[in-house]
Design a protein around this ligand. Structure first.
Ligand SMILES: [Zn+2]
Length: 369
């Protein structure tokens, strides 16, 4: 009899506690640091300064600073002077399911141009912007088999990339947020010349499925700047500005301001879908179920890996937690991907009609009618 009781309680524990545990395991904030170029590819060598070495030094310093934080995991695409293909850099970040990708470079120009700029993936049609992207993208010609690997890219025709940028579009707002924080620190802390946050097609950024930026720390071709970047004090300054920006970014994501920005952009982007579905079926609502268990939790972002817009439903002592609420199935899928990226790997979409749970198939069928 005693055994039966024990089994009964173990059973209860497994039923209620385990799903909660499985869906809630804590995840570190993963940052992939990408030192541009390396090995047979020196990058630019303005005034004899080597981009590949400067980029690596800065990246290693950023990593050392971030590693002091227990909740951050640092992953490098290279820690030594070696050549790494652009698509491999992206794969490292994607395989790690990283939260951020930061690529570090140095600029070059045959003028006295100087200053820092941080890039996100996108198209703004500026010709000068194309030059920087072409220069950084041209490293693919050093890779074996590049014609096949990058067959979808025509590096001379950026218009052809528009369709390719959809993956990163989801992360554009977060990428811009980080880029701004980095540029602000460069000007605020280091008094560097600010060339701004810019957009273009960088192959290395296009390979990743997370917020991603490419930092041009300055022009080696402009001697005073090259000298600064080649010095350890310059590298320390650049590194602490980048590390500080990453920490501020993480804080804003933890506090969920980042999600709000993203959420706003999403609703703007998906307005078309949302309107269509609300006309067709005002009563159907999609949510993403992220967790269930016997514990009642405060609906605060810190209990849900930084996600806000959490709702809860209690049913016979089981609490179910949902992320978001939308009348658009397309938007629900994006919410699900967002929850996935926070570590809710087994989350799923649920549908309600007039407040009653219905099957997803039924819901999708009725909104398409
Ligand atoms: Zn470069």
């Amino acid at each position: 009899m005693k055994n039966l009781t024990t089994y009964f309680f173990i059973g209860l524990f497994v039923l209620y506690a385990f799903p909660f545990y499985a869906q809630q395991n804590t995840k570190k904030f993963k940052v992939v640091l990408d030192a541009g170029h390396g090995g047979k590819d020196p990058g630019n060598m303005g005034n004899g300064f080597k981009e590949k070495d400067i980029a690596l030094n800065i990246v290693l310093k950023v990593g050392a600073m971030l590693k002091k934080h227990n909740d951050i995991e640092v992953i490098y695409t290279r820690k030594t002077d070696k050549f790494v293909d652009l698509d491999v850099r992206g794969k490292i970040a994607n395989d790690a399911e990283a939260d951020l990708f930061v690529s570090v470079h140095c600029n070059a120009h045959n003028s006295s141009a100087h200053g820092t700029e941080t890039w996100v993936l996108g198209l703004d049609g500026n010709k000068r912007n194309m030059e920087v992207a072409k220069k950084e993208n041209s490293v693919i010609y050093l890779e074996e088999n590049y014609e096949v690997k990058y067959s979808q890219y025509d590096l001379n025709a950026p218009e052809s990339f528009i369709g390719l940028t959809m993956m990163q579009e989801e992360y554009l707002d977060q990428s811009i947020l980080l880029a701004k924080l980095i540029q602000d620190n460069f000007t605020g802390d280091l008094k560097r010349t600010n060339r701004g946050v810019k957009q273009n097609i960088f192959v290395v950024l296009h390979q990743t499925v997370m917020p991603s930026v490419l930092v041009e720390t300055g022009f080696l071709t402009y001697k005073p700047e090259g000298k600064y970047l080649n010095s350890s004090s310059g590298q320390n300054g650049m590194a602490s500005s980048i590390a500080k920006a990453i920490l501020s970014y993480k804080k804003s994501v933890d506090e969920n301001t980042g999600d709000e920005i993203n959420e706003l952009a999403l609703s703007e982007k998906l307005q078309g879908h949302a309107q269509v579905s609300s006309i067709n079926s005002s009563a159907i609502i999609f949510k993403v179920q992220i967790a269930a268990g016997s514990n009642k939790l405060d609906l605060k972002p810190y209990n849900f890996k930084g996600l806000s817009a959490i709702s809860m439903q209690e049913d016979n002592g089981t609490y179910r937690y949902f992320y978001g609420e939308t009348t658009s199935f397309e938007k629900a899928k994006i919410l699900q991907r967002e929850a996935n990226s926070k570590g809710y790997n087994s989350c799923f979409i649920v549908a309600y009609k007039n407040g009653v749970k219905i099957s997803l198939g039924e819901a999708v069928k009725s909104i398409s009618n």
